[in-house]
Structures are given as structure tokens and as C-alpha cells.
Unconditional design. Sequence first.
Length: 226
Amino acid sequence: MIRVLLVDDEALTLELHRTFLERLDGFTVVGECSGARAALTAIIDQPPAVGIDLVLLDMTMPDGTGLDVLRHLRARAADVDVIAVTAVRDADVVRQVVALGVDQYLVKPFTFATFRERMEQYREYHRRAQDAAGQTTQADIDALLGARHPIASVALPKGLSSETLALVTAAVRERALSSSEAADALGLARVSARRYLEHLVDAGRIERAPRYGRPGRPETEYRWLT
């Protein structure tokens, strides 16, 4: 279970993010803070046995900025991942945040579908990071780095949406699917489902494989690459 600390100075935003996380598997909220100082105390003073894995961090708070929190965490070598969740769009702030090693930068306001997509992407990265041990291969490293960044961060082909891509991604991660099965499960046209699946193939996240056992030509199924 990924233990999450929510940091935002608006009570309604904290409630919204908590509600969003409660709808996702694999996450649990272990604390909420409304300021920078409280966030630092919660992260640094937390006993390792009940430590924090991920911080959803606002950038603007009355007693400090998200950048201040990040700088202090990196100076203390705190072993915690951070996703910036903020309305700040200033390019200079984004560059500084990225340089300080945030896993993602999520701009408010956003839909639940977008939030789910980013959290599922982080969950996959966290799983791979936890599984990695000893000497790794180049493929292991590439997979770990690739899992850290959302597929939708790459420009999508015309006609594809990041929200639907997240749904298709979640479906094919659960089990191998043909394009017709994906279409039926998600309420899409078969042609549309195939376009999303082929995009994931091109992105190196899934593979095609023939499915035998039925009369006639073998059907193509799509499998998540672990």
C-alpha cells in the first residue's frame, strides 16, 4: 500500500484529493497538512515503520512554498516521492521543481480521470522501484525510468484523448485483451479501441500476440509488458 501525505492550504482541496485517492486501489492517506512547516515536520519526523511514500504537494501556502519544502527534503535526503499538485504554471517554477526531482507536475483544476491516470502511472513506477534489487539490466533501468512518466505526456495522435487512453491502459494491464474485448469493456468502437491499443504498442508499453484456440485465423490480443 502506498502511503500518501496530502499538503494543501485549502480544506476543500484536501477533501477532494482524499476522496479521489479513496477511489483508487493501492493508496492510503496517512496524513494531511495545510502548510509547509507542518508538511516538513510530518515527513521528517515520521517513524520509518509508518513512513510516507508519496507527497501530493501544493506550491503556494501561507507559511512557505512547495519549492521550500522540496529543497529542505532534498537537503535532508528524505526518501520520499513528490508529485506537485498546483495551479502554478510559471515555467521557471516548473523547471526548479523538475530539477528537484518531482515525479510529476499536475496542474489544477483537473478531472478525476486525469488524476487517476497520473496516480496509476506512479503506482507502476513505485512497484517497479520496489521490485528492483541487486544488479539491473539496461532493460530494467529503461522500464523503471519509463514508468516514472505518464504515457499521455507524449503528444497523442489526433483523435485520441488522455482520459480514454488511461482507461484502455488500466484495462489491458488487468488482462490480455483483443481490440473487440477492449471495445466492449469500455464502450468504444472497435476501430477506436484498436487505435489506442496500437498507440500503446508504439509507446512500448504493450505487445501484440496471436491468440489461438478458435476456428479460423488467430485473433490478435494485446498484453501489458511487465
